[in-house]
Design a protein around this ligand. Sequence first.
Ligand code: NAG
Ligand code: NAG
Length: 238
Amino acid sequence: MADFSYPTGVAKKLPLTLLVFFSALLYNQIQPPPPKVPGSPGGPPVTANRTKLRDGRHLAYLESGVPKEQAKYKIIFVHGFFCCRYDVLNVSQGLLQELGIYLLSFDRPGYCESDAHPARTEESIAVDIAELADNLQLGPKFHLMGFSMGGEIMWSCLEHIPHSPLQPGNAFAGVGDDVKVHLWHGVEDLFVPVALSRYISKRLPWVIYHELPTAGHLFPVADGMPDVIVKSLLLGDG
Ligand SMILES: *[C@@H]1O[C@H](CO)[C@@H](O)[C@H](O)[C@H]1NC(C)=O
Ligand SMILES: *[C@@H]1O[C@H](CO)[C@@H](O)[C@H](O)[C@H]1NC(C)=O
């Protein structure tokens, strides 16, 4: 019988050459297009109000509720992955007015109309939020809320935004009466296992933990939930 094998040199090199070729092709295909920076030449126009941070980046923000000068409570909301400032917790107008709430949300760095922060760190988002609050003159006291990946950022804020009687870096030793941390989790959450929040609330007894037995990841958009969450945060659970 004849043996039709290729000369071994070519047989080895051809697949390798093809692999390199297709890898190069694939690499080109998956490159993101050049960024279109809002407000820059060729970029989309800026439609939001934006504040300039010390390092020159802009953060886009959206205010709702009562004017901050008249507000009894000020809340900064931090959105999750693949969202923007408009994905703020949908608190009813009735409650905003009744309790006197000023609600501020913003595009996280790199989202929508906020400039990207390629050198961002776990700490830098907390510094950005503190600077946003300063720039908008919210005063020394405000509440923070985060949903989903915005919830992770709450831990960073707790650690890095100074709040009496804690010093930065000490946050997880325990919190004083003037700082309350609420954690909400739906048992049927398919993105973040509820075991995580159970573990955290067990290890950090000062965390006020709310577990929703029949809710999934998106419980904050359920009818009436935004008001329940905000009332619990501002007024306690009664
Ligand atoms: C920007 O802020 C001003 C002053 O608070 C407000 O009147 C205006 O509606 C805001 N613009 C946008 C696009 O949110
Ligand atoms: C926000 O809640 C109001 C009721 O308070 C509802 O009419 C509206 O459709 C909701 N908006 C979104 C985006 O879910």
